[in-house]
Design a protein around this ligand. Sequence first.
Ligand code: GLY
Length: 351
Amino acid sequence: MSTLKVNLPQKSYPIWIQKGILNHIGQEIKKIYKNRKIAIITDFNVEKLYGERIKEQLSTDFEIKMIVVEPGEKSKSIDVLQNVYNELLEFEITRGDLIIAFGGGVVGDLTGFAAATLLRGISFIQVPTSLLAQIDSSVGGKVAVNLPKGKNLVGNFYHPKAVFIDPDVLKTLDKRFFSDGMAEVIKYGCIRDQKLFDDLLSYTEEELFEHIEEIIYTCCHIKKSIVERDELDTGERMLLNFGHTLGHAVEKHYKYEKYTHGEAVAIGMYHITKKGEALGITDRTTAERLKEILCKYHLPYEMPTMDQEEIIKIIGLDKKNKGQYMNIILIKKIGESFIQKIHRKDIVAYI
Ligand code: GLY
């Protein structure tokens, strides 16, 4: 078992990473939670595969309520949130009770937001089941739901009481969604860890799974270190957005239907790296290596044909890019990233 601790001024919490931890998660939760009631929020896919297992683990010692939402981004809505609030209130949950987010990024963000706001805050635990959630969204406290005007527009920072990561559940993850998570794993290599990048490039599929616990640990370690230094995303944490500015534009242009988040980020990372090379900022051959690793993990790299004006408009609408200046994340070489503040009018050189 590998453990990490996220140390923040107001709160510290552990991240437990272990193959098979789901088979003894009841014991682990008993150590850190002493009340009776637990609401588990999940989606139908995860419930079908692992619902019985988590219930078995928890129902001897706790009073359980399972709230199951539809899988997919549509569940990060105010309507679904309201249903979740209703179900939690019907369960007569109190501020001393516990909520578990058992699923991927959508379930994690929705549950975290419900936990942060209902009764002015109820403790919650993250049990992420997708690779993306295990290495990114379950750590760092970002919780949110979407509005018709855009993604994650209502949200906050609300950290879990603990994160339990079982890499074994990735065995049942759809191949496309495994690759989706791999895009963010590759991102950590690009921004902070050349060894991780080189290892990913050299692993066979079998070796990747042999090392998956260590890979998740490495990513969570990078993320928690960055979050500890910049919890509220005003500086260093922005490095985690490498590839995301263009990625968001691609996702939005295709109405979040054609590309997964990771696929769009893969395109964004490659494109900005190529631009970085052309501008003499990024070492030559970096984009080529990035292309090689993206292809290896079945990720796209080529920017689809999109009108430049439209890209600029979408980037301008992004809530993170208000004002005259905006921040672009670039890499000098694999493992070394930095934030470049640019004037809005200069964005065209980077797209
Ligand atoms: N997913 C990026 C962050 O948590 O800041």
